[in-house]
Write a protein that binds this ligand. Structure first.
Ligand code: MG
Length: 337
């Protein structure tokens, strides 16, 4: 059915819907819960602490260098569960398909979701598909919800940053945002700009295994980038954060794209890097774990939590100046994820 397109009949719940579900989804996603095709997945979760997160993905274009909307939908939800110190177990997938979508495009996206699920160690336990008339959506929108089992040894939260702690960024800032703007504007720089989109379950697990209680905050700087996420944490924890501009890892290509289009890379989204707040004595341990991991090889300490900068995020610039880095105002790039 690869050269066919999505028709309204695929969303009517009849024969065409059943064929789509069995050919496009069930043959790719293998999970005991999904195969039952009941109205809800039934599973045993004999644990006290569950992390539960949902996110919708409307990224445009749906295929971009380094990923696609499907990989992003799995990685985005898996990472939101993981940064709370939970091991993602199952996810749900809701598709909204626009009439006319190429079924071969849907198949690529479904395959890429299956690959990312395997990488992250999660199963798709339940799902839904709706088809809307041409023009009522843009090709494909995906909602994913994830459930994970929280580790017993963590108390991670955006409100747990403490003065004196170090701020570590596990990968170069802004790569996802830069890749999307390049793809959207057909912009060429010297090398390809790849999105960092990926599940970080393993990296996060390794960091928590090695440093346990000395990590108190983990968050993925997605929409609004590193600058906005740091503002969220500084507000939630009622602390100031000082960032050393020169120490923030930024790829040359991301910097070049940002300069051409007038963006600050610290406000461009990441989809495969996290901010880690840890005690000073754990900095070398966390950086050591990151450097041994393919998703963390560019990790760097980028700043320090302070109690003397008045609840603000302050950037110490290369020339020794200091300026306040506010939360992103308005939307710089719509439909980034
Ligand atoms: Mg998040």
């Amino acid at each position: 059915m690869s050269d066919e397109r999505i028709t309204i009949a695929h969303g009517h719940g009849g024969l065409a819907s059943h064929r789509l579900i069995s050919d496009a989804f069930l043959s790719v996603y293998t999970s005991p819960e999904l195969e039952q095709l009941d109205d809800a997945a039934v599973m045993r979760l004999p644990y006290e602490r569950i992390a539960f997160s949902t996110d919708s993905f409307v990224v445009q274009p749906i295929f971009f260098p380094g990923g696609d909307i499907g990989k992003l939908a799995v990685a985005g939800t898996v990472n939101d569960v993981s940064v709370m110190g939970a091991r993602p177990l199952v996810i749900s997938v809701g598709f909204i398909l626009e009439e006319g979508l190429l079924i071969s495009d849907l198949e690529k996206i479904v395959q890429s979701m299956a690959t990312e699920c395997r990488r992250a160690g999660v199963r798709i336990a339940t799902g839904d598909t709706k088809v809307v008339p041409k023009g009522a959506a843009d090709k494909i929108f995906i909602n994913t919800t994830g459930i994970g089992i929280r580790r017993k040894d963590v108390t991670l939260s955006g409100s747990n940053a403490k003065p004196g702690q170090a701020v570590i960024l596990t990968g170069p800032a802004g790569d996802h945002g830069a890749a999307i703007v390049c793809a959207r504007n057909d912009l060429k720089v010297s090398g390809e700009v790849l999105s960092d989109c990926r599940s970080l379950t393993d990296l996060i697990d390794d960091i928590l295994d090695a440093s346990g209680q000395s990590v108190s905050v983990m968050r993925d700087p997605t929409r609004g980038g590193v600058a906005t996420t740091l503002n969220e944490i500084s507000k939630a924890s009622a602390v100031g954060i000082e960032i050393d501009e020169e120490s923030v890892p930024i790829r040359d290509n991301t910097r070049a794209v940002s300069e051409i289009l007038g963006f600050d890379p610290l406000y461009l989204a990441n989809e495969g890097a996290i901010l880690v707040f840890c005690d000073e004595e754990a900095v070398d341990i966390v950086l050591g774990v990151c450097s041994a991991h393919p998703s963390g090889e560019h990790a760097a300490r980028i700043g320090t939590v302070r109690n003397d900068v008045d609840g603000k995020v302050v950037l110490r610039t290369a020339t020794g100046g200091r300026r306040i880095m506010d939360m992103l105002a308005g939307e710089m790039l719509p439909r980034i994820c």
